[in-house]
Write a protein that binds this ligand. Structure first.
Ligand code: PBG
Length: 298
Protein backbone atom coordinates (compact mmCIF):
# COMPACT_ATOMS: atom_id res chain seq x y z
CA UNK A 1 0.00 0.00 0.00
CA UNK A 2 1.59 3.34 -1.09
CA UNK A 3 2.50 5.83 1.64
CA UNK A 4 1.21 9.26 0.49
CA UNK A 5 3.93 11.29 2.22
CA UNK A 6 6.68 8.99 0.87
CA UNK A 7 6.03 8.65 -2.91
CA UNK A 8 7.73 5.50 -4.20
CA UNK A 9 7.68 3.75 -0.80
CA UNK A 10 4.94 1.28 0.08
CA UNK A 11 3.86 -0.73 3.05
CA UNK A 12 4.62 -4.25 1.89
CA UNK A 13 2.26 -7.19 2.09
CA UNK A 14 3.68 -10.00 4.19
CA UNK A 15 5.18 -12.64 1.91
CA UNK A 16 4.78 -11.53 -1.73
CA UNK A 17 5.44 -7.81 -1.33
CA UNK A 18 8.22 -8.26 1.18
CA UNK A 19 9.98 -11.00 -0.75
CA UNK A 20 9.77 -9.02 -4.01
CA UNK A 21 11.28 -5.93 -2.36
CA UNK A 22 14.13 -7.96 -0.86
CA UNK A 23 14.74 -9.76 -4.17
CA UNK A 24 14.99 -6.38 -5.92
CA UNK A 25 17.38 -5.06 -3.26
CA UNK A 26 19.65 -8.09 -3.38
CA UNK A 27 19.74 -7.98 -7.18
CA UNK A 28 21.44 -4.57 -6.79
CA UNK A 29 23.79 -5.71 -4.03
CA UNK A 30 21.83 -4.42 -1.01
CA UNK A 31 21.92 -7.25 1.51
CA UNK A 32 20.77 -5.62 4.75
CA UNK A 33 17.21 -4.74 5.65
CA UNK A 34 15.41 -3.15 8.61
CA UNK A 35 11.84 -4.18 9.38
CA UNK A 36 9.12 -1.83 10.64
CA UNK A 37 5.59 -3.14 11.21
CA UNK A 38 2.21 -1.45 10.74
CA UNK A 39 0.17 -2.95 13.57
CA UNK A 40 -3.64 -3.20 13.30
CA UNK A 41 -5.25 -0.79 15.79
CA UNK A 42 -7.07 -3.69 17.49
CA UNK A 43 -3.72 -5.19 18.55
CA UNK A 44 -2.37 -1.98 20.10
CA UNK A 45 -2.40 -1.68 23.89
CA UNK A 46 -1.00 0.73 26.48
CA UNK A 47 1.89 -1.65 27.11
CA UNK A 48 2.38 -2.99 23.56
CA UNK A 49 2.54 -6.75 24.26
CA UNK A 50 2.17 -7.44 20.53
CA UNK A 51 5.85 -6.43 20.31
CA UNK A 52 6.87 -9.86 21.61
CA UNK A 53 4.17 -12.03 20.10
CA UNK A 54 6.11 -14.97 18.60
CA UNK A 55 3.64 -14.94 15.70
CA UNK A 56 3.62 -11.14 15.32
CA UNK A 57 4.18 -9.56 11.92
CA UNK A 58 7.87 -8.80 12.52
CA UNK A 59 8.63 -12.27 13.91
CA UNK A 60 6.88 -13.92 10.95
CA UNK A 61 8.65 -11.61 8.51
CA UNK A 62 12.08 -12.46 9.96
CA UNK A 63 11.41 -16.19 9.66
CA UNK A 64 10.14 -15.77 6.09
CA UNK A 65 13.17 -13.74 5.00
CA UNK A 66 15.73 -15.97 6.68
CA UNK A 67 14.15 -19.07 5.11
CA UNK A 68 14.28 -17.49 1.65
CA UNK A 69 17.69 -15.80 2.09
CA UNK A 70 19.80 -17.32 4.88
CA UNK A 71 22.65 -14.87 4.20
CA UNK A 72 20.45 -11.73 4.33
CA UNK A 73 21.33 -9.42 7.24
CA UNK A 74 18.05 -8.77 9.07
CA UNK A 75 17.94 -5.78 11.43
CA UNK A 76 14.90 -5.12 13.58
CA UNK A 77 13.50 -2.10 15.37
CA UNK A 78 13.16 -2.32 19.16
CA UNK A 79 10.63 0.19 20.55
CA UNK A 80 6.98 0.08 21.55
CA UNK A 81 5.55 2.83 19.30
CA UNK A 82 4.21 0.55 16.52
CA UNK A 83 2.31 -1.40 19.18
CA UNK A 84 1.45 1.27 21.75
CA UNK A 85 -2.07 2.72 21.72
CA UNK A 86 -0.70 6.03 23.06
CA UNK A 87 1.80 6.36 20.18
CA UNK A 88 4.89 6.46 22.39
CA UNK A 89 8.07 4.39 22.37
CA UNK A 90 7.61 3.70 26.08
CA UNK A 91 4.76 2.95 28.45
CA UNK A 92 2.88 6.14 29.43
CA UNK A 93 1.65 6.58 33.02
CA UNK A 94 -1.72 8.34 33.48
CA UNK A 95 0.01 11.61 34.41
CA UNK A 96 2.11 11.58 31.24
CA UNK A 97 5.39 10.26 32.64
CA UNK A 98 7.12 7.70 30.37
CA UNK A 99 7.97 4.69 32.56
CA UNK A 100 11.62 4.07 31.70
CA UNK A 101 12.46 0.91 33.64
CA UNK A 102 9.13 -0.87 33.02
CA UNK A 103 9.56 -0.12 29.31
CA UNK A 104 13.09 -1.54 29.29
CA UNK A 105 11.76 -4.89 30.56
CA UNK A 106 9.32 -5.01 27.65
CA UNK A 107 12.04 -4.01 25.18
CA UNK A 108 14.17 -6.95 26.41
CA UNK A 109 11.30 -9.34 25.74
CA UNK A 110 10.80 -7.79 22.31
CA UNK A 111 14.51 -8.11 21.42
CA UNK A 112 14.67 -11.74 22.59
CA UNK A 113 11.58 -12.65 20.58
CA UNK A 114 13.14 -11.08 17.47
CA UNK A 115 16.36 -13.03 18.09
CA UNK A 116 14.36 -16.24 18.49
CA UNK A 117 12.78 -15.55 15.09
CA UNK A 118 16.29 -15.24 13.57
CA UNK A 119 17.22 -11.55 13.61
CA UNK A 120 20.93 -10.83 13.10
CA UNK A 121 20.95 -7.44 14.80
CA UNK A 122 18.38 -5.71 17.01
CA UNK A 123 18.14 -1.91 16.90
CA UNK A 124 16.71 -0.12 19.92
CA UNK A 125 15.20 3.17 18.68
CA UNK A 126 13.28 3.97 21.87
CA UNK A 127 15.86 6.13 23.71
CA UNK A 128 15.06 4.76 27.18
CA UNK A 129 18.02 4.96 29.58
CA UNK A 130 19.94 1.75 30.21
CA UNK A 131 18.24 -0.28 27.52
CA UNK A 132 21.37 -1.32 25.60
CA UNK A 133 22.93 -3.02 28.63
CA UNK A 134 19.64 -4.63 29.62
CA UNK A 135 19.02 -5.95 26.09
CA UNK A 136 22.62 -7.25 25.87
CA UNK A 137 22.09 -9.13 29.14
CA UNK A 138 18.72 -10.51 28.07
CA UNK A 139 20.05 -11.70 24.70
CA UNK A 140 23.07 -13.36 26.30
CA UNK A 141 20.92 -15.07 28.95
CA UNK A 142 18.53 -16.36 26.28
CA UNK A 143 21.38 -17.91 24.26
CA UNK A 144 21.88 -15.16 21.68
CA UNK A 145 25.36 -13.75 22.43
CA UNK A 146 26.00 -13.58 18.67
CA UNK A 147 23.04 -11.28 17.94
CA UNK A 148 24.28 -7.70 17.59
CA UNK A 149 22.90 -4.41 18.86
CA UNK A 150 22.78 -1.33 16.64
CA UNK A 151 21.79 1.40 19.07
CA UNK A 152 19.96 4.56 18.07
CA UNK A 153 22.46 6.50 20.18
CA UNK A 154 21.96 10.12 19.15
CA UNK A 155 18.31 10.14 18.18
CA UNK A 156 16.90 13.65 18.14
CA UNK A 157 13.30 14.71 18.80
CA UNK A 158 12.92 15.64 15.13
CA UNK A 159 10.12 16.88 12.89
CA UNK A 160 11.67 14.84 10.08
CA UNK A 161 10.00 11.62 11.30
CA UNK A 162 6.54 12.83 10.21
CA UNK A 163 6.12 10.64 7.10
CA UNK A 164 7.27 7.54 9.01
CA UNK A 165 4.63 8.17 11.68
CA UNK A 166 2.04 8.57 8.88
CA UNK A 167 3.09 5.19 7.47
CA UNK A 168 2.74 3.40 10.80
CA UNK A 169 -0.08 5.52 12.26
CA UNK A 170 2.29 5.78 15.23
CA UNK A 171 2.26 9.48 16.21
CA UNK A 172 1.49 10.31 19.86
CA UNK A 173 -2.27 10.70 20.28
CA UNK A 174 -4.40 12.55 22.82
CA UNK A 175 -5.40 10.61 25.92
CA UNK A 176 -9.00 10.00 26.91
CA UNK A 177 -10.43 9.67 30.41
CA UNK A 178 -8.25 12.36 31.92
CA UNK A 179 -4.98 10.70 30.91
CA UNK A 180 -2.12 12.99 29.93
CA UNK A 181 -0.28 11.91 26.78
CA UNK A 182 2.77 14.03 25.90
CA UNK A 183 2.31 15.40 22.35
CA UNK A 184 6.02 14.99 21.54
CA UNK A 185 8.84 12.57 22.36
CA UNK A 186 11.03 15.33 23.76
CA UNK A 187 11.37 13.78 27.23
CA UNK A 188 13.31 10.81 25.86
CA UNK A 189 14.61 11.84 22.43
CA UNK A 190 17.41 14.44 22.28
CA UNK A 191 17.10 18.21 22.04
CA UNK A 192 18.13 19.31 18.50
CA UNK A 193 20.01 22.24 20.06
CA UNK A 194 22.25 19.99 22.15
CA UNK A 195 25.29 18.25 20.65
CA UNK A 196 27.14 17.42 23.89
CA UNK A 197 24.40 15.03 25.01
CA UNK A 198 25.34 12.83 22.02
CA UNK A 199 28.76 12.25 23.57
CA UNK A 200 27.19 11.13 26.84
CA UNK A 201 24.74 8.83 25.04
CA UNK A 202 27.59 7.37 22.96
CA UNK A 203 29.75 6.71 26.02
CA UNK A 204 26.84 5.01 27.80
CA UNK A 205 25.87 2.85 24.80
CA UNK A 206 29.46 1.79 24.18
CA UNK A 207 29.95 0.87 27.85
CA UNK A 208 26.67 -1.08 27.81
CA UNK A 209 27.79 -3.20 24.85
CA UNK A 210 26.43 -1.60 21.67
CA UNK A 211 28.02 -2.91 18.46
CA UNK A 212 27.02 0.03 16.23
CA UNK A 213 26.10 3.61 17.20
CA UNK A 214 23.53 5.48 15.13
CA UNK A 215 22.89 9.16 14.53
CA UNK A 216 19.40 10.16 13.42
CA UNK A 217 18.26 12.10 11.37
CA UNK A 218 21.16 12.23 8.93
CA UNK A 219 21.81 15.38 6.89
CA UNK A 220 20.70 17.95 9.51
CA UNK A 221 23.05 16.26 12.02
CA UNK A 222 26.28 15.81 10.03
CA UNK A 223 28.20 17.52 12.84
CA UNK A 224 27.02 14.85 15.26
CA UNK A 225 28.04 12.05 12.88
CA UNK A 226 31.53 13.57 12.67
CA UNK A 227 31.64 14.07 16.44
CA UNK A 228 30.85 10.43 17.18
CA UNK A 229 33.11 9.16 14.37
CA UNK A 230 36.00 10.98 16.01
CA UNK A 231 35.20 9.87 19.56
CA UNK A 232 34.70 6.09 19.26
CA UNK A 233 36.16 3.14 17.37
CA UNK A 234 32.71 1.59 16.90
CA UNK A 235 31.02 1.71 13.48
CA UNK A 236 28.72 4.72 13.03
CA UNK A 237 25.38 4.42 11.24
CA UNK A 238 23.44 7.37 9.84
CA UNK A 239 19.68 7.20 9.31
CA UNK A 240 18.56 9.22 6.29
CA UNK A 241 15.01 9.47 7.62
CA UNK A 242 11.54 9.62 6.10
CA UNK A 243 11.34 13.43 6.09
CA UNK A 244 14.66 13.70 4.31
CA UNK A 245 13.37 11.24 1.71
CA UNK A 246 10.11 13.19 1.36
CA UNK A 247 11.92 16.50 0.80
CA UNK A 248 14.05 15.10 -2.00
CA UNK A 249 11.08 13.34 -3.62
CA UNK A 250 8.82 16.38 -3.45
CA UNK A 251 11.39 18.65 -5.06
CA UNK A 252 12.26 16.04 -7.69
CA UNK A 253 8.60 15.48 -8.59
CA UNK A 254 8.22 19.20 -9.25
CA UNK A 255 11.31 19.22 -11.40
CA UNK A 256 13.08 21.48 -8.90
CA UNK A 257 15.96 19.09 -8.22
CA UNK A 258 17.85 16.50 -10.23
CA UNK A 259 16.84 13.53 -8.08
CA UNK A 260 19.70 11.21 -8.97
CA UNK A 261 22.40 13.82 -8.42
CA UNK A 262 20.84 15.22 -5.23
CA UNK A 263 20.28 11.79 -3.68
CA UNK A 264 23.76 10.48 -4.44
CA UNK A 265 25.29 13.73 -3.15
CA UNK A 266 23.25 13.45 0.07
CA UNK A 267 24.42 9.88 0.68
CA UNK A 268 28.00 10.80 -0.20
CA UNK A 269 27.88 13.60 2.38
CA UNK A 270 26.69 11.21 5.09
CA UNK A 271 29.70 9.06 4.25
CA UNK A 272 32.08 12.03 4.22
CA UNK A 273 30.85 13.05 7.67
CA UNK A 274 31.89 9.63 8.95
CA UNK A 275 29.02 7.17 8.50
CA UNK A 276 30.11 3.57 7.96
CA UNK A 277 26.51 2.41 7.49
CA UNK A 278 23.64 4.37 5.90
CA UNK A 279 19.98 3.50 6.39
CA UNK A 280 17.97 5.05 3.57
CA UNK A 281 14.66 4.55 1.79
CA UNK A 282 16.67 5.18 -1.39
CA UNK A 283 18.91 2.13 -0.84
CA UNK A 284 17.81 -0.03 -3.78
CA UNK A 285 17.49 2.99 -6.07
CA UNK A 286 20.87 4.39 -5.06
CA UNK A 287 22.55 1.00 -5.54
CA UNK A 288 20.93 0.76 -8.98
CA UNK A 289 22.33 4.18 -9.95
CA UNK A 290 25.78 3.31 -8.59
CA UNK A 291 25.78 0.03 -10.51
CA UNK A 292 24.82 1.90 -13.70
CA UNK A 293 27.68 4.28 -13.04
CA UNK A 294 30.09 1.33 -12.83
CA UNK A 295 30.71 1.42 -9.08
CA UNK A 296 29.84 -2.28 -8.75
CA UNK A 297 27.69 -2.45 -5.63
CA UNK A 298 26.49 -5.85 -6.83
C1 PBG B 1 10.36 5.01 16.55
C2 PBG B 1 11.03 5.20 15.25
C3 PBG B 1 10.86 6.35 14.48
C4 PBG B 1 11.63 6.16 13.33
C5 PBG B 1 12.26 4.92 13.42
N1 PBG B 1 11.88 4.34 14.62
C6 PBG B 1 10.00 7.52 14.66
C7 PBG B 1 9.91 8.19 15.95
O1 PBG B 1 10.84 8.20 16.76
O2 PBG B 1 8.84 8.75 16.18
C8 PBG B 1 11.70 7.19 12.25
C9 PBG B 1 12.23 6.78 10.95
C10 PBG B 1 12.02 7.74 9.85
O3 PBG B 1 11.50 8.86 10.01
O4 PBG B 1 12.39 7.36 8.73
N2 PBG B 1 10.81 4.05 17.38
Amino acid sequence: MPIPSMPGVSRLAWRTGLLAAVDAARAQGVNSVVLFPKTPEALKTRTGEEAFNPDGLVQRAIRLLKAAHPDLEVYTDVALDPYNSDGHDGIVRDDGVILNDETVEFLCRQAVSQAEAGADCVSPSDMMDGRVGAIRGALDAAGFPHVGIMSYTAKYASAFYGPFRDALASAPRAGGGGRVIPPTKATYQQDPANWRESLREAAADEAEGADVLMVKPGLPYLDVIRLLRDSTALPIAAYHVSGEYAMLKAAAERGWLDERAAVLESLLCLKRAGADIILTYYATQAATWLNEDGFGVR
